[in-house]
Design a protein around this ligand. Structure first.
Ligand SMILES: NC(=O)N[C@@H](O)C(=O)O
Ligand code: NI
Length: 169
């Protein structure tokens, strides 16, 4: 413990481990196919983007500052009306914190929290409604973000405490 905070170490991000929460956006593990007279390879349909009927999917860029690990968690959120995808544009690693269920108390039970670290060549797509921590970039850089815009409240948040996330030494 450090300052009363329990450390939840990050595991390397993999499609299998992340499957309950969404998809990993990467070329590794997928078969690309040649397009444009062989000048490019297309790695297609890597994430299932979701939006309700009243919303629409939009592309944005988050210009993220580096967060210092270990990082004390203060909240989790979810987007009930659509998915949310993050793809690093400068190969920056980032932490991904997800929970299988809504935290029932401020001190979210560790067994419901999962922490992954992207190698910077991997993006992620949170399924619609998955509890997650807002973006935690480990080095500064831009992220391409695809998520749902439209009417209604698409962000539900809960406060949590007592946990910090980082890279196991
Ligand atoms: N607030 C916002 O647009 N981003 C968060 O939803 C996040 O997950 O980073
Ligand atoms: Ni979010």
């Amino acid at each position: 413990m450090n300052g009363g905070l329990h450390l939840l170490p990050a595991l390397p991000l993999s499609a299998e481990a992340f499957a309950p929460f969404g998809q990993v956006i990467e070329c590794a593990g997928h078969a690309g196919y040649a397009i444009n007279e062989g000048s490019s390879q297309r790695f297609t349909d890597l994430a299932q983007l979701e939006a309700d009927a009243e919303g629409r999917l939009a592309l944005s860029i988050f210009r993220a500052e580096a967060r210092q690990a270990p990082f004390a968690l203060s909240c989790l959120e979810r987007h009930p009306l659509g998915s949310q995808a993050f793809m690093p544009l400068h190969g920056q690693a980032f932490l991904v914190v997800v929970a299988e269920t809504r935290p029932t108390s401020a001190r979210a039970a560790p067994e419901s929290l999962r922490v992954f670290v992207s190698n910077g060549r991997q993006g992620i797509n949170f399924r619609r409604g998955v509890w997650h921590h807002p973006l935690l970039a480990l080095s500064a850089g831009d992220f391409l973000v695809a998520d749902r815009l439209g009417p209604g409240d698409n962000c539900e948040a809960v406060d949590i405490a007592g946990w910090q996330v980082g890279i196991a030494r």
